[in-house]
Write a protein that binds this ligand. Sequence first.
Ligand SMILES: *Cc1c(COP(=O)(O)O)cnc(C)c1O
Length: 297
Amino acid sequence: MDHPVAAPAPRGLLPSPLQELQDDRFTARGLRLWLKRDDLIDPELPGNKWRKLKYNLADARAAGHRTLLTFGGAYSNHIRATAAAGARYGFATIGVIRGDELADRPLNDSLRFAADRGMRLVFVDRTAYRRRAEPEYLAGLAEELGEFFAIPEGGSNPAAVRGCAELPAEIDVPYAAIAVACGTGGTLAGLAAGLPEGREALGFAVLKGDFLTADVAELQRRTYGAATGNWRVETGFHCGGYARSTPELHEFTADFEARHGIAVDEVYVGKMLYGLTELAGQGAFAPGTGIVAVKTG
Ligand SMILES: *Cc1c(COP(=O)(O)O)cnc(C)c1O
């Protein structure tokens, strides 16, 4: 629970800046909107990836581990960030990647980046990948690959939740709601746990399915013994599923960049801002509400 070894410092801005946006879709309804620029925390470990790895790195070091092993798909930001963190802070890294067919193909940019940072890539088929949280499967991997400190897919474990729970203390503007994109939900679990009284966290699911509410509650239980009641998951803005898009989402992100001069990805942050803007347009927030949207990447 404690983290006796100091977590390493990032190479960018921490606390990350808060930037108020002038956006008529919000101001016309009496709403104020700030962007929490977690993307500026570190060039190679941006946003929530820094917050989620911070105490995992400290825990791995405290336990004397020299190798980090984690899991992800071929485009995983967490795989990239773990590879970068290992190279920088002195851990060997192994990425267990979903899809054995990828072994025979040229590496995409994400996996190339990870390999360039020294990550050993192990491609497994989908049946094996599904077992990624099972102790027997991890024991088998250790026999095959040597001892390691395991970090789950997306980095989401109690150490990650504690790291993300530190974000709200950095906010010094009047807000009632905080919004974040959700993949595995670890970031939402931490954010909500770190909120002061009377504030609400809103997670926007970027994948199809209903698993997030249960997963976020479970992560909070594992971290703190109980789930907090101050968050919910919006499932209506996944735009077809993970890494899928729609013409509306594409147009929204292009327009957002034109309005504010800030590029947003369509996989995570774009969907969250799109959903938030739709909700504001539907009158989901009372006039006078301040909203902080976390730019996780
Ligand atoms: C990984 C990632 C997320 C998802 O975080 P979870 O804790 O898995 O929900 C959100 N935004 C960006 C930019 C990411 O890279």
